[in-house]
Design a protein. Structure first.
Length: 426
């Protein structure tokens, strides 16, 4: 599907029925697959022949949907995970082990920050967090000889900072490590990191991709553009035999899909964070309209942001699509079709003001969610980011009064009317 437009890929990539097969992607709700002989099965286990044998490793429904996301991002292979958290974890575990180090943007989702700074630290992998708006020299100085990856969010949740993709790509290339981008907020409809030189893209598909709040999920896309063989000292596990998998050498056996194959063969086999095929089916329904929804999210968000910008009770507002925003020019350059539907802002009264205002909303629901067809709102400092210290909050771009407002695809007029009445009460 590589020559088709994004809209066509959203609708048709992935599952392609053969003659007489169902037009709609089937849900292969089966953990296992039958073969006529043990010998055939043995070849599958050796990865000598392609084929399904156990759903923890691969499942047709999951694979069709991963292929669609792969096509949208322009990668060489992709795999679904049970959550965005699992995608973040695997994307790092695939290149780093105890004793290694990762450079990471400080402006990331609170759950990712905790995963990296607490849980993965306990596993012996150390992270250095850098301000994504730092200069090239500061970014450069964060690297160490044992650094194995550079990680960042294309548009950060919830601080809405747009990454300087060129600076991050250059730093990763200079230090011979892959650049891993969490592209959840813009989705490939608005930004495709691989086209700019990133090497791996991950998603929380729970957000816009599903879009209807039905299924937690994640995805990892291998860009196929990192030469593991030219860094054999840093990444020996790609170019030397994997004794845990019959001595397979990933770069030899799988070429430019070595990163993907290693996740599948090692991490899925051993840790098993797969989605249910039924969830993959629901995700696919979301993906079929992703291009339409993103357009509506972005235009609604701009209308709402313009309204909030002019409201006397709104102290500050951030939305990268809003002219005058700190990231507006970068958004125009790298995301000319739009950014995302999320806005952050503060109202009179600080933290208490934020909570009181949110309680007054009717159409917009207070939920632990973002990037949904329905408008929703959250106070990160007391929820998703509550485990962060004040200093960590500041580094992540989250002020105590920050309201994260995720504009849905309802009528912008109705969303604004809801904001109007809620603001009038504070
Ligand atoms: N990455 C980003 C940018 C997110 O916003 C989230 C969740 O909000 C995650 C990763 C984690 O995804 P999940 O909740 O699907 O595990």
């Amino acid at each position: 599907m590589s020559n088709y437009d994004l809209a066509t890929k959203c609708v048709q990539s992935g599952y392609k029925p053969a003659n007489g097969e169902p037009r709609v992607m089937p849900i292969v709700q089966s953990t296992t697959y039958k073969y006529d002989s043990s010998e055939t099965m043995a070849k599958l286990f050796d990865l000598a022949e392609p084929g399904y044998f156990y759903t923890r490793l691969a499942n047709p429904t999951n694979d069709y949907v991963a292929q669609k996301i792969c096509d949208l991002e322009g990668g060489v292979a992709a795999i679904l995970t049970s959550s965005g958290q699992a995608a973040s974890l695997y994307s790092i575990l695939n290149v780093a082990e105890a004793g290694d180090h990762i450079v990471c943007s400080a402006a990331i989702y609170g759950g990712t920050f905790n995963l990296f700074s607490v849980t993965m630290k306990r596993m012996g992998i150390e992270f250095t967090f850098v301000d994504p708006d730092c200069d090239a020299k500061t970014l450069d100085q964060a690297f160490r000889p044992n650094t194995k990856a550079l990680f960042g969010e294309s548009i950060s949740n919830p601080s809405l900072q747009i990454i300087d993709i060129n600076m991050f790509v250059k730093a990763a290339q200079k230090h011979g490590v892959p650049l891993i981008i969490d592209n959840t907020f813009p989705t490939p409809i608005n930004f495709r990191p691989l086209e700019h030189g990133a090497n791996v893209v991950i998603h929380s598909t729970t957000k816009y991709m599903d879009g209807h709040a039905t299924s937690v999920g994640g995805c990892i896309v291998d860009g196929g553009n990192f030469d593991w063989n030219s860094h054999p000292d840093k990444f020996p596990s790609f170019s030397t035999p994997d004794e845990s998998y019959h001595g397979v050498i990933y770069t030899e056996a799988f070429g430019n899909a070595a990163y993907f194959a290693k996740i599948l063969a090692q991490l899925m086999r051993d840790l098993g964070a797969i989605p249910s095929p039924h969830n993959a089916f629901l995700l696919n329904l979301g993906l079929e309209t992703l291009h339409l929804r993103m357009k509506q999210h972005c235009s609604n968000a701009l209308e709402v942001a313009e309204y909030l910008q002019n409201h006397p009770k709104v102290k500050w507002i951030k939305h990268p699509g809003l002219p005058g925003d700190q990231y507006y020019e970068r958004a125009r350059e790298f995301m000319p079709e739009g950014t995302c539907g999320v806005i952050s802002f503060g109202v009179e009264g600080g933290r208490e003001g934020a909570q009181g205002f949110m309680d007054n909303l009717n159409l917009a629901a207070v939920v632990t969610h973002v990037a949904d067809a329905r408008t929703c709102v959250l106070h990160p400092a007391s929820t998703t980011h509550r485990q962060l210290s004040d200093q960590q909050l500041a580094e992540a771009g989250v002020s105590p009064d920050l309201i994260r407002f995720s504009v849905g695809i309802e009528s912008a007029k109705d969303i604004i009317a809801d904001l109007e009445q809620a603001l009038a009460q504070i």
